[in-house]
Ligand binder design. Structure first.
Ligand code: PHE
Length: 532
């Protein structure tokens, strides 16, 4: 296979920081802490660790391997590696098309029928390339359509914190501030639109500079800064009187709260937090050289990601508890409870802690947003032979328009009645209240698990573990093939290939465990099975 790479990483260190920058995002600083708190603290962390190693690690290594093997964008991967069309893809495509067609004559919402038909036609005409288009273009653009809005909120919060106007002292006041920031309460959507444009525009500005001098350089500065900020916050939070209760809430194991449902949550989160199936890891892998150790790099990224998640919990809960607030606010924790908690710290320096906190969130969101757009840019420039600059501009125009419409829709559909009417006609039973939740639901509940499933089946069964392992072994340590027990006992001596090795386990997991778990997670997500 010929590799004609146009972009590449400057160093392994830069690549790891950029990948960690992608992985560490709102998932770590916002979702992980409250999900852990609500699902049994330390026991959930353990469950999450198992999921990360059982699902996250193997899929990430596989995604990096397939990207590096081809050295191209996500569409190129599925176009070049093997003939993209097969009987299998024809059957899946045909089935989706027929399903959609029949759905038109049932009470199912027309919108879902149309989406199924479009997916069917896409798969029938492009085969496996459809997976490349969905992971590299559809998912990133749809996610960025609302992630940019959240990014905008952090910009507004940071601005308010720095200027001393984030003065809420109770969660109620904070909730009011939040709904006015998101424009949900007063219909004033201009600030959110501008903030969203600033945030997403910032991501595109970095992307314009390229992989090395944009993504890599900015990750090298921002990621260490993020960890320093988190350390400062942990120090502030943990040294408050009464903070221990927060640490206990976050980490004290409570097995009784672990259920089949929490396993699915842990797995879904492992997938989301490592930015898997969004085309990101595949694209970042394509910029790697052949002698990088994929397993070791993945372990480092996972370690940093986990560290950021745990640090976020230690920065948040002690402050919340010490100020006497309730930790089970769920999603509202970050934007409502925390600012109020920091503002309550005696001495009146709340604005400093809030500024540091929202600056940390902004960094995390920026590096993730940047990574999210790279796959799309790579597809456009690679497949249409356009310059990086033009590809960035095309992507930016589409995403900024989508983000603007999402921001406006947060006030309901009255400002954009035409789009509201389309939704009401296509999904009369459950018209989304705004574009934000529709994009989130469709991309994260449907597309991500399905794309993840298709991708692992492709790597494990179609491309095949034999070829994949050949790619992973390049640059990997001999220990990858060593007997795990011998390794654990310190008796491994180099050249013994063993049946009971990380390599063999990888093959089993990618072929059997992940597809199975992803199927269960997907069925649970869309409500076909209900795990408690
Ligand atoms: N890994 C990110 C997180 O934890 C997920 C993500 C990446 C979301 C890129 C959007 C864009 O938040």
């Amino acid at each position: 296979m010929k590799n004609n790479k146009t972009e590449s990483w400057g160093s392994r260190y830069g690549f790891m920081l950029a990948t960690a920058g992608s992985a560490i995002g709102l998932g770590n600083l916002w979702k992980f802490p409250y999900v852990t708190g609500m699902n049994g603290g330390g026991s959930f962390v353990l469950l999450y660790l198992i999921c990360i190693f059982l699902v996250g690690l193997p899929v990430m290594v596989g995604e990096l391997a397939v990207g590096r093997a081809v050295g191209g964008n996500t569409v190129a991967v599925f176009r070049k590696l093997l003939p993209p069309k097969s009987l299998f893809s024809d059957i899946i495509g045909g089935a989706l098309l027929l399903l959609g067609f029949f759905m038109l004559f049932t009470p199912v919402n027309t919108g879902s029928a149309i989406i199924s038909m479009i997916a069917g036609v896409l798969i029938l005409t492009t085969g496996w390339i459809a997976v490349g288009i969905i992971t590299g273009v559809v998912i990133p653009v749809l996610i960025m359509g609302y992630y940019g809005v959240i990014g905008g909120w952090t910009v507004i919060y940071l601005y308010k914190a720095v200027t001393g106007t984030l003065t809420c002292a109770t969660p109620q006041e904070a909730a009011q501030a939040m709904s006015s920031v998101s424009a949900a309460s007063d219909g004033m959507f201009w600030p959110v639109i501008i903030a969203q444009l600033l945030f997403s525009g910032g991501c595109f500005a970095v992307l314009l500079a390229g992989v090395r001098s944009g993504i890599e350089r900015c990750s090298k500065v921002l990621m260490p800064m993020l960890f320093i900020l988190l350390l400062v916050l942990i120090w502030r939070s943990v040294s408050l009187p009464g903070a221990v209760a927060g640490v206990r809430f976050f980490l004290e194991p409570d097995i009784s709260r672990i259920s089949a449902g929490s396993i699915i949550i842990a797995m879904g989160h492992a997938f989301f937090t490592l930015s898997l199936a969004m085309g990101i890891v595949m694209t970042y892998g394509s910029y790697l050289d052949k002698n990088t150790d994929l397993v070791k790099s993945t372990l480092t990224v996972i370690g940093l990601d986990l560290m950021a998640a745990l640090m976020a919990g230690l920065a948040i809960f002690p402050a919340v508890f010490a100020m006497g607030f309730k930790p089970d606010a769920g999603p509202a924790l970050l934007f409502n409870i925390l600012p109020a908690s920091f503002n309550q710290i005696p001495g009146g320096f709340g604005w400093i802690w809030n500024s540091i906190f929202f600056f940390a969130i902004l960094i995390a969101a920026l590096t993730s947003g940047i990574s999210l757009m790279e796959p799309t840019i790579a597809v456009i420039s690679g497949e249409f032979k356009l310059s990086r600059k033009v590809s960035v501009i095309i992507t930016a125009v589409v995403v900024l328009i989508l983000g603007t419409v999402t921001s406006i829709s947060m006030t309901g559909w009255q400002h954009i009645p035409a789009i509201g009417k389309v939704f009401a006609r296509l999904w009369p039973d459950n018209t989304p209240a705004h574009l934000f939740s529709a994009l989130d639901y469709f991309s994260c509940s449907w597309l991500l698990p399905l794309a993840g499933l298709a991708m692992t089946i492709y790597i494990g069964w179609v491309w095949g573990t034999r070829h994949a392992l050949k790619e992973i072994r390049r640059g990997a340590s001999k220990r990858f093939d060593g007997n795990l027990l011998m390794l654990a006992a310190g008796l491994f001596q180099g050249n013994q290939k063993s049946l009971f090795s990380a390599a063999v386990m990888w093959g089993v997991i990618i072929r059997w465990v992940t597809p199975l778990l992803l199927t269960v997670a997907f069925l649970d997500c869309i409500g076909i099975i209900k795990l408690q």
